[in-house]
Design a binder for this molecule. Structure first.
Ligand SMILES: [Zn+2]
Length: 123
């Protein structure tokens, strides 16, 4: 995968990351915790995300996604040439799929197989 494509995926990841953090801030506002009274819409996301409170208040699913995003971003940085290959079969995941779902670690065939297995366990 070339540099430009990786840059596009990085942008997607960072946008998704900001969205998650913004939604965590929304959760904080709903909760109206006494110590968070001074929070407002102008809060600097970059500063705020350092605050552990955000991760504590993220729902499990969102927290999982956020850690996947961070993991994927560091893979992009540290190991750019290996980025974008399926964990299970080693095939290229494909740029279109990664753009749609940048945290994907499986190719579409392996993902579908995994979902079949999971549904099998569930029923
Ligand atoms: Zn695969």
């Amino acid at each position: 995968m070339n540099k430009e494509k990786r840059a596009q995926i990085r942008e997607r990841l960072q946008a998704e990351r900001e969205r998650l953090i913004a939604s965590a801030l929304g959760t904080l506002e709903d909760v109206r915790h006494p110590n968070q009274d001074d929070l407002n819409d102008e809060v600097d996301l970059a500063t705020f995300e350092q605050n552990e409170t955000v991760s504590l208040r993220l729902r499990d699913r969102e927290a999982g996604l956020l850690s996947k995003i961070d993991e994927t971003l560091s893979r992009l940085d540290n190991n750019g040439t290996d980025f974008g290959f399926c964990e299970t079969c080693g095939a290229e995941i494909g740029f279109e799929r990664l753009l749609a779902r940048p945290v994907a670690t499986l190719c579409i065939q392996c993902k579908e197989e995994q979902e079949r297995v999971e549904q099998g366990y569930a029923s």
